[in-house]
Ligand binder design. Structure first.
Ligand SMILES: [Zn+2]
Length: 175
């Protein structure tokens, strides 16, 4: 999320945020370079070739989900969507976040205070770009979703899952 952070008022928060939570993986267990997901994607339940991912996701979501890109802040339709429903992984359709946990963090990306269930996502220590952050990926397909920060101050968990809309789909459901 570095570019987005540079463009937003969250620069300092992104620089300083560190977090450890239940699903975190220590750096000794997993390589933190950009090629990690590509090289080790066989560890995930849903495995596809890069060509298949590119064809399915399109260039924009492919860049975010498979190359860990970041969408521009305030660019996703989901950032301002407040309908009741389930946010799913654009890569594999796995349910990731419930709309009831979505909140307006003012950072420009869809933000949630918790995942729909503990094992829906995987949290990975990310030391890229000179920062220590916690990356969030889909547990099922390994697709990059965003990062989680511990600055969801007024939220029940105190967490802010800062998620790229490009990694999500939305299934509308009545309350
Ligand atoms: Zn997925």
């Amino acid at each position: 999320m570095i570019l987005g952070c540079l463009f937003s008022s969250l620069f300092l928060r992104c620089q300083t945020s560190t977090i450890t939570s239940n699903n975190s993986i220590e750096s000794k267990d997993i390589k933190q370079d950009k090629s990690n997901l590509k090289m080790n994607n066989t560890e995930f339940e849903v495995v596809k070739s890069e060509e298949e991912w590119k064809k399915q996701l399109g260039d924009f979501s492919y860049n975010v989900m498979r190359e860990k890109g970041t969408e521009r802040p305030y660019s996703s339709e989901y950032e301002t969507l407040w309908d009741s429903g389930i946010y799913v992984c654009k890569g594999c359709g796995s349910e990731l976040f419930h709309s009831e946990t979505k909140f307006d963090a003012g950072c420009g990306w869809p933000s949630f205070y918790q995942s729909i269930k503990k094992d829906a996502i995987l949290e990975i220590l990310d030391k890229s770009h000179g920062m220590i952050r916690t990356e969030v990926v889909c547990k099922k397909c390994g697709g990059h979703l965003g990062h989680v920060f511990n600055d969801g101050y007024d939220q029940p968990t105190g967490l802010r899952y800062c998620i790229n809309g490009a990694s999500l789909g939305f299934v509308k459901k009545p309350k």
